[in-house]
Design a protein around this ligand. Sequence first.
Ligand SMILES: NC(=O)c1ccc[n+]([C@@H]2O[C@H](COP(=O)([O-])OP(=O)(O)OC[C@H]3O[C@@H](n4cnc5c(N)ncnc54)[C@H](O)[C@@H]3O)[C@@H](O)[C@H]2O)c1
Length: 329
Amino acid sequence: MSDVKVGFVGTGGMANAHISQVETIEEATIIAFCDIEEERAKVAADRYGGQYYTDARRLIDETEVDAIYFCLPPFAHTDIERLAAESGRHIFVEKPVSMTVDHGLSVLEAVNKNSVISGVGYQGRYQNAEIALRDYLKDKAIGMVISHRWGGIAGGADHWWRVMEKSGGMLHEQATHQVDMIRYLAGEITEVYKLSAMKINTDQPNQTIPDAEVVSLKFASGAVGQITTTCALTGGGGSMRTDFILEDHQIVQLGWGNFEIQPENFDTVEISTDPQLGIDQAFIQAIQTNNQSLIKSSYADGLQSALVSICANQSAEEGKPVAVPQVVS
Ligand SMILES: NC(=O)c1ccc[n+]([C@@H]2O[C@H](COP(=O)([O-])OP(=O)(O)OC[C@H]3O[C@@H](n4cnc5c(N)ncnc54)[C@H](O)[C@@H]3O)[C@@H](O)[C@H]2O)c1
């Protein structure tokens, strides 16, 4: 196949992180940009070359892109990814891929029907430590998984992140990385129940997301778990960690890019230092070789992670546990 021609829909912070990677891939050429903020799309086109648009439909209809990156805030995932897949374009969608079950399923159906390559931005799956830990855990019984992500607020007073209808809240938007990693390492989550509070960030303008979330998890394996989030640490500080309670009475603690087994000296795991295919390299190579298996998070897999937090939010509204629909086998 000749070079993969790439377009970007959304040219904000995360798009630029992908653009700078795709730029370095010999087999890829970026030819189009779209952003509802015209100036942002134009700046990207001036810098990297290519057409620019303010309407993603025109990018789909008027360019010869083979693949489209969707780097949009959660609320901006409309029917555009579905239209892209229906037009035969390969799609890379930043997490979280959807705000609703129905929308996510409509995109998934188009991806499957049109056999396009798909990828989602859960880059933790491409890290050596996570790959080694997945291998270590694969045959072990896991009894409980406890995870937390605590920090401040992303963006300023006008940012979409702090508005519930726009971001879906911290679990859905940010701790979705923890949800995804937990699924990757401990298997599917089948039921969730979320409690939330807003007691600390009452001084924050425009914040409608909870500043504290506690989610109980039930796994297909029979294990149980919990994720907590807070964005109340606006003065600084914060942490994230996921603990796995395992057979042989041991515990594995996963941080960002590293892990530790306890008791100390109980076991050792070799973590490869070989460079892994990056998330963007994997997407482009998968398209070139028509090999979806190079991608560690397909649209279906990314949607499964989003469904966990969509159902958690639903459970908080309804005040009862909610079963998570399963879209990956
Ligand atoms: N994988 C990661 O680690 C990671 C890190 C940061 C952000 N993200 C995700 O990337 C996504 C985007 O985040 P960001 O930080 O780049 O946000 P951002 O606000 O910086 O950029 C989003 C861009 O999308 C544009 N936009 C909004 N609606 C649009 C539409 N309908 N058509 C075209 N453009 C539109 C906005 O004008 C803006 O330029 C979010 O879902 C976020 O969770 C992922």
